[in-house]
Design a protein around this ligand. Sequence first.
Ligand SMILES: [Zn+2]
Ligand SMILES: [Zn+2]
Length: 246
Amino acid sequence: MKLTVLGCLGAYPYNGAGTTGYLLQSEGFNLLVDCGSTTLVRLEEILDPLALDAAIISHYHHDHIADLGVLQYYWQLHPERDPQKILPLYGHTLDTVHFEELSLDKVTEGRPYFEAKQLELGPFSVTFMRTIHPVVCYAMRFVENSTGKIFVFTGDSGYLADFKEFAADADLFLADTYLFAGNERHKAHFTSKEAGELAKEARVKRLVLTHLPQFGDLKQLQQEAADACENSAIVELAEVKKVFEI
Ligand SMILES: [Zn+2]
Ligand SMILES: [Zn+2]
């Protein structure tokens, strides 16, 4: 499978870079994972948005859904869209107002996912874990059925020891790292140190730091995570348009 970063900042876009959004592709299936600010324009540069097969949303904070409404309009109004084709948008149902907004008549259809139930989504089997966050948010573990390769996305989360199991043996662990070391046990986000420690404990092969802060030295953030995982994993920073082969 292939992961392309469309946006990798937390909270708000800054200096030309947007907030959380990723394109996950396997066997011709195109899945959008979160849809933050600038996601749609970045996506247009690499894939026709009408070629999406589905989108899945970790939670309904603006930095993860800012472009969802305009994606719906793109599908609704683009003259080349096949009107028979409906785009499934997967989200949790514990915020009914936002869940209902995933559906736009004859354009997109909100579909629920549940923590206790594995979701079969194209070439992937997906499981979910609720995270530590001020609003309900789910981490996602994608297994590519044809290869057994594992991609884990934390969504947004404060430190949660259960990631040791949830991210176990991941080929790529994409982790919310909005904070520098020294701010541990925050209520909403990992620090670099926590991301690194969990990557080591979960025996992941690659750790990619994302949901990055707008300020501070990102090389330092990366080094802090690398120190914490004691080089048990490759540690990289997400960057707009960076591609990861998993
Ligand atoms: Zn966020
Ligand atoms: Zn959030």
